[in-house]
Design a protein around this ligand. Structure first.
Ligand code: GTP
Length: 336
C-alpha cells in the first residue's frame, strides 16, 4: 500500500527557533534517506528563513500574511502541489511566529481528504526567556497566543535554555506541563536534541494519539470548538495576533556595521523580531541578520540568486516613522 506523506507543523512565537529546528530535522531525515519538503510561511514579503536552508530541499513559500488566516486556503493547495510534484516522505510546515496552530491543523487535515498525508505532530518551540518574561506580566495578547501554541503541541521544545537559570527552567517546565499535560517536553539549546525519537515514535500509536487528544478536546483558549470550525470554516473568529504588524523596508544604501549593531540594540521593546539582508560599508560580504528578543546574530551569505538588501520588522504597534528616521540617519552616518 502507498505510504502516507508525514506532515509536521513547526509552531512557536516569533524568533523562538523554528528555522533552527527545521534545519536539524531536515538533516535527521536526510540521514535516514528520507526526502523532505518544506512549506514556509513568513509574515514579511520576503522569505529570509529560506536562505538558511539547503536549496536542494523543495520549498513552497507563502509570504506576506499569516498562514492561519488570510492565506489559510492556500495551505491545502500548496501542500498538494508539493506532495504531487516532489513526492517527499515528509513535509515540514513552518508557520509564522504569530500563527494559531489550530487553524493550520484544520487546513492540513482537510487536505488529507484529497491526498495521502498524515499530520504526525505539532512541534512548538518556546523561547525560555521570552516566556518567562511574559509569565511575569501574566496577560496580554502575545501571552495568550504563546499559551495557545503550547496547548496544541505534541512536542514542546523549551529552547534558548542557555539564557535562563536552572530555577527558572524548573518553573517553566512546570508551567508547560500545566498548560499541556500530554506533550513531550524537551529542553534545548539551539533546538539540539536526539531527534531520532521522532521517527521511532511515529511507528507507535502514541505520537498521533497525543496529537489527536490535544486537538479534539475543547480548547479553553479558543472561543469555539474544533468541530464547529469544520462546519463553519468561514467563521468570523478574531485572531489574537491582529495586534502584530510587519514592516518590510528595502534598502538601497550600505550600512556601517557598528552603527547598525547599535541600531539593533536600541530597537524599541515593541519590535519583537527583525531580520534581513544587509551590505556593510566596512566589509565586502553581505550578511543575513537575525534579531529576536534583544539578541542578534549575523551570518555571512553568498546568495545564489539576486536578493536585495532588506529589513523586516515584526512587532506590536511600533512606530514605522520613528524607525525610518533612525534608518535614514544611519544611512547618512554610514556614508560619511
Ligand atoms: N541564545 C540562543 N539563541 C538561539 C537559540 N535557538 C535559536 N537561537 C537564535 O534565535 C534567532 C531566531 O532563531 P530562528 O530559528 O530564526 O527563529 P524562528 O522561530 O524561525 O523565527 P521566525 O520564523 O521569524 O518566527 C536566531 O538568531 C538563532 O540563532 C538558543 O537556544 N539559544
Amino acid at each position: 500500500m502507498e505510504k502516507p506523506v508525514y506532515v509536521y507543523l513547526l509552531s512557536g512565537f516569533l524568533g523562538s527557533g523554528k528555522t533552527t529546528l527545521l534545519q536539524k530535522l531536515i538533516r535527521e531525515a536526510e540521514k535516514r534517506g528520507q526526502k523532505s519538503a518544506v512549506l514556509m510561511n513568513e509574515a514579511g514579503e520576503v522569505n529570509l528563513d529560506g536562505l538558511a536552508l539547503d536549496d536542494t530541499v523543495p520549498m513552497s513559500e507563502l509570504l506576506g500574511g499569516c498562514i492561519c488566516c488570510s492565506i489559510k486556503s492556500d495551505v491545502g493547495m500548496e501542500l498538494l502541489e508539493l506532495v504531487q510534484t516532489h513526492k517527499p516522505d515528509i513535509v515540514w510546515i513552518e508557520a509564522t511566529g504569530v500563527a494559531q496552530p489550530l487553524e493550520i491543523i484544520d487546513a492540513v487535515t482537510e487536505t488529507s481528504l484529497y491526498a495521502k498525508l498524515e499530520l504526525q505532530g505539532v512541534l512548538t518551540v518556546v523561547d525560555a526567556r521570552h516566556l518567562l518574561d511574559r509569565l511575569r506580566i501574566g496577560s496580554g495578547k502575545t501571552f495568550k497566543l504563546m499559551k495557545e501554541q503550547i496547548r496544541v503541541s505534541s512536542t514542546l521544545l523549551l529552547n534558548k535554555s542557555d539564557l535562563v537559570g536552572e530555577k527558572e527552567l524548573r518553573e517553566l517546565r512546570q508551567q508547560l506541563r500545566e498548560w499541556n499535560p500530554h506533550a513531550d517536553i524537551v529542553q534545548t539549546v539551539r533546538c539540539e536534541a536526539d531527534w531520532s525519537s521522532l521517527w521511532t515514535r511515529t511507528d507507535e500509536a502514541g505520537a498521533t494519539g497525543i496529537l489527536t487528544e490535544s486537538i479534539d478536546r475543547p480548547s479553553p483558549v479558543t472561543d469555539h470548538g474544533h468541530q464547529e470550525r469544520h462546519l463553519h470554516p468561514q467563521h468570523d473568529h478574531h485572531h489574537d495576533h491582529e495586534h502584530i504588524n510587519v514592516w518590510t523596508r528595502y534598502l538601497d544604501f550600505p550600512l556601517d556595521s557598528v552603527l547598525f549593531e547599535q541600531f539593533l540594540k536600541e530597537l524599541p521593546d515593541e519590535v519583537y523580531r527583525a531580520k534581513g539582508i544587509v551590505t556593510f560599508t566596512d566589509t565586502p560580504s553581505r550578511f543575513l541578520f537575525q534579531y529576536a528578543y534583544k539578541e542578534s546574530d549575523f551570518m555571512r551569505i553568498t546568495p545564489q540568486k539576486t536578493v536585495h538588501d532588506v529589513l523586516v520588522f515584526i512587532g506590536e504597534d511600533f512606530s514605522r516613522s520613528d524607525l525610518e528616521d533612525r534608518l535614514l540617519k544611519l544611512g547618512v552616518a554610514s556614508s560619511v
